[in-house]
Design a protein around this ligand. Structure first.
Ligand SMILES: Cc1cc2nc3c(=O)[nH]c(=O)nc-3n(C[C@H](O)[C@H](O)[C@H](O)COP(=O)(O)O)c2cc1C
Length: 327
């Protein structure tokens, strides 16, 4: 299998390494990005998904959603927003455009969560109204000198005609790259990510295409590029399980044993507790542990001990021994 590691460009932003970290709410905050960069940086970081309104109301130097611990280490970075209207998307873009360390703004056309898609009529809901999506994206573009990208699902049913319309719509709006998570809106994360649709979009799109879904290993990464011809590969859940995966893809070798995992988990605890207030840190640690524990033979045992903990001190008292026992 050819090991293709060519970079590509999103607008004027150079993506030197085609492995990209997926946006994940509750997970891809600044301490997580720093954790990743200790093992090997992705070619592009993503923030968590942010509402256009939160971008306006939160303080960039203090917000746990917006702040970066180390703006250089966490670059290049795309901030992802969702919105159901062009007015708030426009002002959010104006605000994001002012921050020098933010490289790209991404618009979410993929989130199927009822809170976003049903209640707020944003995220994947907008796939059912391409006229509205077009008008939001065109308006965002007017506020931005930075590149604009979108992350999409393939729609409400398998329909290549719809995908053609979707790609034409985003290109016409001036979007600089498209990430394709090839599941239907109703699929959430169930079933298989249908990579053939990434290949289809790559065949018809003039802008760079980033493929996403079910990349769990270095082999999967190269397989997706090989099978679809996509310019970049976005990795989500596997990065939380294996924060060293970008390092591995870039050719570094890691000896994954209990000592390595204890060191990683300990670094995570330090990063998370020094960034988040205690009542927020515990939730983020539990979220991370849910995925991380899959590295352990008796991972569910470790995960349930962490889930049952009400404070971080408790987790600190048992995690080393528990990881050793469960490995
Ligand atoms: C906990 C969690 C939170 C997510 N949050 C977001 C989000 O904020 N924005 C987004 O576009 N996708 C979000 N996703 C979807 C991922 O970005 C990605 O598309 C999906 O997990 C499939 O990729 P994977 O198989 O590599 O995990 C989330 C996924 C998970 C598991």
């Amino acid at each position: 299998m050819p090991e293709k590691l060519d970079g590509f460009k999103i607008g004027y932003v150079e993506i030197k390494f085609p492995a990209i970290q997926a946006p994940m709410a509750g997970i891809t905050h600044s301490p997580f990005r720093i954790l990743l960069s200790n093992y090997g940086k992705p070619g592009l970081f993503f923030s968590e998904m942010l509402s256009a309104r939160s971008v306006l109301n939160e303080d960039f130097s203090n917000s746990i959603y917006l702040k970066c611990i180390d703006t250089e280490k966490e670059r290049p970075i795309a901030y992802q927003i969702f919105s159901s209207d062009k007015e708030s998307a426009f002002v959010a873009c104006e605000r994001l455009n002012k921050e020098k360390y933010i490289d790209i703004v991404d618009f979410n056309l993929s989130c199927p969560a009822p809170e976003i898609a049903k209640k707020r009529k944003a995220g994947a809901f907008l796939l059912s109204d391409l006229v509205l999506s077009h008008s939001i994206l065109k308006t965002m573009k007017k506020a931005l000198t930075k590149p604009l990208t979108v992350k999409v699902r393939i729609g409400v049913k398998e329909d290549k005609g719809f995908l053609k319309d979707l790609v034409s719509m985003v290109e016409d709006a001036g979007v600089n790259a498209i990430t394709v998570h090839p599941r239907l809106v109703k699929d959430k994360l169930k079933g298989r990510s249908k990579w053939e649709y990434i290949g289809f979009v790559k065949d018809i799109a003039k802008i760079p295409v980033i493929g996403n879904g079910d990349v769990k290993t270095k082999n999967d990464f190269f397989k997706m590029i090989d099978e679809t011809g996509c310019d970049g590969v976005m990795i989500g859940r596997a990065v939380v399980q294996k924060p060293w995966i970008f390092g591995e893809i870039s050719g570094k070798e890691f000896n994954i044993d209990a000592v390595f995992l204890i060191e990683l988990y300990s670094t995570m605890l330090t990063l998370y507790t020094s960034f988040f207030p205690p009542e927020k840190a515990i939730g983020r640690i539990k979220e991370f542990t849910w995925y991380f524990s899959k590295n352990l033979k008796f991972g569910h045992h470790f995960a349930s001990m962490v889930q049952a903990s009400t404070d971080v001190e408790n987790i600190k008292s048992f995690f080393k021994e528990a990881i050793k026992t469960c490995f």
